[in-house]
Design a protein around this ligand. Sequence first.
Ligand code: FRU
Length: 509
Amino acid sequence: MKKISNVLFLVSGIFICHFAKAQTLAGKPYQEAHRPQVHFSPREHWTNDPNGMLYYKGTYHLFFQYYPKDIIWGPMHWGHAISKDLMHWKELPIALYPDSLGYIFSGSAVVDSNNTSGFGRDGKIPLVAIFTHHDPKGEKEGKNNFQNESLAYSLDEGNTWTKYSGNPVLKNPGIKDFRDPKVTWYAKEKKWVMTLATLDHITFYSSPNLKDWKKESEFGKEIGAHGGVWECPDLFPLKLNGKTYWVLIVNLNPGGPNGGSATQYFIGEFDGNKFTTMDNDIRWADYGPDEYAGITWSNTGSRKIFLGWMSNWQYANQVPTEKWRNAMTIPKELGLRQADGKILLTSNPVRELANIERAPIDINNSLLTGKSAKRIPDQFILKFNINKINDYSVILSNDEGEKLIIGYDNTKKQYYIDRAKSGKIDFNAEFAKRAFAPRLTSNTSSSNIELVIDVSSVELFADNGLTAMTGIFFPHKTFTQLQIQNSKGAIIRNLKLLPLKSIWRRTGH
Ligand code: FRU
C-alpha cells in the first residue's frame, strides 16, 4: 500500500481497524442491546410503518404504526414524534387510538391551508390526517369491506387530534385490501388527490374538501411487481433537467427482490386523473431486505424526503430485541437521474445527517501503518470511491467471530449484504440469506459508496444513490472491527470514516 498525495491506493490487500466500545449502559432507555443510535425507534414497544409525515412551521411530524402494549403487532394506534432537523426526535403522546370503527392503520397528513375541509376555526389552519380504519370484527366475520378511509384534524399545530364525526369519508366498495391513503394537493385543478392501495392496483380519488371523494382511475393491475399485496403508496412530482416527472411509490408485501416486503416505484405522468408510466420496467427504491412502507413527507416543497420502516414482514415480529421492536430508516432525499438511457430514482441520506457527524477519524494513516487500535463509536458513516472497479468488501466483526459483509461482485455487477455469520440469525429461516442489488450504471471508470452504519443496521448508497440497500443485523456483541478487502486490482481511495453522535443522549429523552 502506498499513499500518493492523500489518495489511498490499495492494490490488493486488507486493512483492519480495531475500536474499543463505549460501555453499554444496558437497560437504560435507548441503550438496550441492538438499539439504533441514529435512527428513530419508539422508546418502548412495537412499531411498523411511518405514517402522516408532515412538515409544518419548522417541525417534522412523524406518526407511526404503534402497539403500546407489546413488542408484537397488535391493535394499531398512531404513535407520534417530532423533530426540527430530521435527526433528533422527541416522542409525544399517542396521537390516534383505535375506536368503534377499528384500528388506526396507515395513512398521511396534509396542511389544509385554505380550510377546504372547514375544520379550521378562528383563523387556525387545520392539519388533517387521512388514515384507514381497519375493523377487526368485520375481518373476523369474513366481510370484504372492513377497511375504510377516515379523517382526524388538529388545530394546535399537530399536538392533539380530533377524529371527524362523519367518519368514514371513503367507504369500501368491497375490496378486502383497501388502505393506506396518501393525499396531496393538486394545485392545477385545486383539488386533493388520494392515492390508495387497493389489493393489486392503485386507485386514485379526488376531492374538493377531503370529505367527499370521487374515483378518478386505476393503475397497475398489469404492470410492476405482483408477488404480494400492494400497500402504502405515494405520488409526487420530481424534476430532471427542467422537466417534471411523476413518481408513484408502491410498497409490496411479499414479492420484494430479496423476499418479503419492499418498495417499488414507477416514473411517468399524472394529469390530475390518470397516471401513466414511461415503461414497464420493475424498479425498486431499496433492494435490501429491510426497507418497507417508505413514503415521503408532505409540505416540504420541491424537496422530497423519504422515510421507510427498517424491517421486513418476514421476521419483524421475531427480531431479537426486548422492550422495543423495529426502527425507521435514515430520512433520504429523493432525486431523479439518467443512467444508461433510463430515468431512475436516486436516494441519499438527507444533508441533516451532517448535523450529527463528528470529526473524521484518520483511518488511512492508522490502517496504513498498522498502528495501535483506534476507538470508534458504534455508529458511523463510511465513504469511499472506487476508481478501478472490481471486487471489494467491507467487513464488520467482533471478537466472537461474528461478521457482517457488505460488498460488490464485479462479475455479477451486484452489491450484496451477507449476514449469514452476523450473530443472532436463527429466529427466522429467511434472515441469513445473502441479499443482492444490481449496480445500475455501466460506468466502469468510477463508483462511490456511502454506508450509514448503526448498532444494528447498515444502509448502502452506491453510485450517488442509484442503488440503495438496507439490512439489519443482531450480533451477540457489538461489532468492534472494520476491515476492507479488495481483490482483482480494485482500487479504493478517499476513504473517510465519520463517527456519528447518538441522537438520544443529547436530548435526554
Ligand atoms: C404495511 C401495512 C399497511 C397497514 C399497516 C397495518 O406494513 O400492512 O398496509 O396499513 O401495515 O399495521
